[in-house]
Ligand binder design. Structure first.
Ligand SMILES: [Zn+2]
Length: 328
């Protein structure tokens, strides 16, 4: 058992609430990340066994199920596995015959607070943390929609003085796409003030539905770096990323994303969904949206206007044959 400074009842509840953001957590990963969190969670589960009582296996299981239905609902574990963990660590003790269970002894740093905690306090702390996160998400979304509909910049990440400079480079890349008849979306990836790679939307030319500007630039940078993780980088892209690109951005561990025009049809950074604010996904890039948004959006609008004109002249195949979206 560990030897940590004593925790207060309030700190216990607050920490349990924080941990509950990690939906689907495994006890093994909690333990390897932080021994205190591991013990705090096991102690929380053990508190669901009434103090000083000897419980038969069925009663003990019911107590653990009650924990897993409330304060422990975010854990990826079943009651039998949890019971094994508790018994192995001494938070729950088995009788000599192995048929009865009772609450064990807690490590010193948890003991004082444990005596002041009720099962309901623990359940409520986790429920409240969940509600607070839902409220935050709703507020963010509301604020986002209000700003986006007013044509204003939408930001979570603080502005960086060079954001517009790099967005202009991304716009240059979007022009490359246009030159090849692709929907004009461009991207650059920046690390330590240097452009690591550039990319533009090219699904038609590459006959590749995944060849969005973001994927192109991530692929180029990962090959240059010979590393599939692109830590400490900022991605600039002229259009709000779609769900596929948001996923690729998360897999690549991009630290920050700056995008230009909102995409009301497939935007996954707030317009349709906000995958960057989804707490169940474990990597979070910080996001700044709407940088040179009018300019980026204008480019797309001019492109589609030109295409409609060409189509009317019969110089381009009909929209449904080629697909209007080509690239968001
Ligand atoms: Zn995309």
């Amino acid at each position: 058992m560990s030897d940590h400074p004593e925790i207060s009842r309030e700190a216990w509840l607050a920490r349990l609430g924080e941990l509950s953001i990690r939906q689907g957590s495994h006890l093994e990963s909690l333990r390897s990340r932080d021994a205190r969190d591991f013990e705090l969670v096991l102690a929380s589960a053990a508190l669901f066994l009434p103090s000083g009582q000897l419980l038969d296996e069925r009663r003990a299981n019911e107590c653990l199920l009650a924990f897993l239905a409330s304060a422990g609902a975010w854990l990826a574990i079943d009651y039998a596995e949890l019971r094994r963990w508790l018994a192995d660590t001494g938070f729950v003790l088995r009788s000599d015959y192995g048929t009865d269970y009772r609450r064990g002894h807690f490590p010193a740093w948890l003991a004082t607070a444990a005596a002041q905690l009720q099962v309901n306090d623990l359940a409520e702390a986790v429920a409240q943390a969940g509600e607070a996160r839902a409220r935050q998400r709703a507020q963010r979304r509301e604020a986002w929609l209000a700003q986006a509909s007013a044509g204003l910049e939408v930001s979570e990440s603080a502005a960086h003085p060079d954001d517009e400079i790099y967005m202009r480079l991304a716009i240059d890349q979007a022009h490359n796409a246009w030159a090849l008849g692709e929907v004009p979306v461009g991207a650059v990836l920046v690390k330590d003030g240097k452009v690591l790679a550039t990319g533009f939307n090219q699904p038609i030319g590459n006959a590749d539905p995944t060849a969005h500007a973001e994927v192109q630039v991530l692929r180029a940078a990962a090959q240059l770096e010979n590393n599939y993780r692109l830590n400490h980088t900022t991605l600039y892209v002229t259009l709000e990323p779609c769900a596929m690109c948001a996923g690729a951005i998360q897999h690549a561990r991009i630290a920050r994303v700056v995008w230009g025009a909102a995409d009301p049809k497939t935007g996954a950074a707030g317009s349709v969904v906000d995958l960057f604010a989804e707490p169940r996904l474990n990597h979070h890039a910080s996001v700044r949206g709407g940088v040179l948004g009018a300019e980026c959006g204008e480019l797309l609008a001019r492109f589609f206007a030109e295409r409609r004109a060409l189509r009317q002249q019969g110089s381009l195949p009909a929209a449904d044959e080629e697909g209007e979206d080509g690239a968001d």
